[in-house]
Design a protein around this ligand. Structure first.
Ligand SMILES: NC(=O)c1ccc[n+]([C@@H]2O[C@H](COP(=O)([O-])OP(=O)(O)OC[C@H]3O[C@@H](n4cnc5c(N)ncnc54)[C@H](O)[C@@H]3O)[C@@H](O)[C@H]2O)c1
Length: 344
């Protein structure tokens, strides 16, 4: 790693989206330098970075974004000319149990990064050139009924501690743009799916329970609707936003792919029925969908999310290019290979 060369800092790059992005970024720009700063909480692992760990222009640093010393040291040691800030506590259910770490990482940690970047870039006179890109979520906008979509102008109305902490972080990021003239940008994406997601999230949970022949838990009546996007399509959108988006703007990223949770579970079960040979299926099971069962609903469960993504399509020419069928098949293949390497 050349300490004088411009370097992008990615936080949370050992997690699901950050790791997919780090890999994507160095494939697209093999000559550039990249540092990943990640605390390696339960949600992160360097295994997710195996494609890039060995590269001379990649550095992994284990550390906490809320640790002022660690973050300031990185700015001292390297020429950080841009940040894409993924690091967050991200699981809604955990935030409902106890939101302390959500406030510390998502709000305080974002402030530590903003402050360190502002101090370093102001000193070097590069505050307007160097970009701070905050990765946000459509959940900051609240919940929808059957109609309508969240646009970039929809006022924030977070309904659970996770989304409240992300909305708080967005507010701080914007305030650093208005107050100090930092070159900030925010992207708000709908639900991602794909390889490398932690097993506690909906899609890996459905696959894991199915493969083990265990009940597949679906909250409430299963009619909650999410918009799903394949993670690599999100990475392509982030590439466009980071490089070509207008400062101070928010860009919504969506898949135009709304599904109820029960529909998602059934689709995955059908694909598993086709993929797993009978002798490897759990005993006495004809179809994986027999395992689906409803559980008590999540507290404050948002009914529907859907984003209006016309702005990124119009201004940056982005659109998803992985169909739901293809994306889901790739996701299932990745988890099945990881959990039960089968010989077909
Ligand atoms: N997964 C989605 O569907 C989705 C949708 C929209 C937005 N987002 C946002 O995208 C970002 C990444 O989400 P994800 O699904 O990849 O999350 P994830 O939970 O899979 O990964 C989070 C990563 O951040 C790291 N981390 C946590 N606390 C940290 C800290 N204090 N310091 C340094 N690293 C820390 C973890 O170790 C982990 O590697 C988050 O900001 C999330 O709010 C996610």
């Amino acid at each position: 790693m050349n300490k004088q060369q411009p370097t992008l800092l990615i936080t949370g790059g050992a997690g699901f989206i950050g790791a997919n992005f780090a890999t994507y970024y160095l494939e697209q720009y093999p000559e550039r330098q990249l540092i990943v700063l990640d605390k390696l909480t339960y949600a992160g692992t360097t295994e997710h970075l195996q494609e890039v760990m060995h590269l001379p222009n990649f550095l992994f640093v284990q550390g906490d974004v809320a640790d002022t010393h660690v973050v300031h040291q990185l700015f001292q040691d390297y020429q950080i000319t841009g940040i894409i800030h993924f690091a967050a506590e991200s699981h809604v259910d955990r935030s409902i149990q106890d939101a302390t770490s959500f406030v510390t990482t998502n709000v305080l940690g974002t402030h530590v990064l903003l402050h360190a970047a502002k101090t370093d870039w102001e000193r070097k006179g590069t505050l307007k050139d160097n970009r701070f890109h905050h990765i946000s979520t459509d959940e900051v906008y609240g919940s929808l009924d059957e109609d309508g979509m969240f646009s970039e102008e929809t006022p924030y109305d977070p309904r659970n501690p996770y989304s409240a902490s992300k909305a708080g972080a967005n507010m701080l990021v914007r305030s650093f743009g208005y107050t100090y003239g930092m070159n900030i940008i925010i992207s708000s994406c709908s639900n991602n799916y794909g390889p490398k997601q932690h097993q506690e999230k909906l899609i890996p949970t459905i696959i894991r329970h199915a493969l083990h022949g265990e009940r597949i838990p679906i909250y409430g009546d299963g009619q909650n609707i999410r918009d799903w996007i394949f993670v690599v399509d999100h990475c392509r959108a982030l590439d466009q936003i980071y490089h070509h988006g207008k400062p101070m703007e928010t860009y919504n990223v969506g898949g135009r792919n709304e599904r109820t949770n029960i529909e998602m579970a059934e689709q995955i079960c059908n694909l598993l029925d086709n993929k797993i040979p009978d002798h490897q299926k759990p005993e006495q099971l004809e179809r994986f969908s027999e395992l689906i069962s409803f559980t008590r609903d999540r507290l404050g469960h948002d009914r529907r999310y859907a984003v209006d993504d016309r702005k990124i399509r119009r201004e940056l020419g982005w659109e998803p290019n992985v169909s739901f069928q293809q994306g889901l098949q790739k996701t299932i293949d990745w988890y099945v290979d990881k959990w039960i390497p089968i010989q077909l």
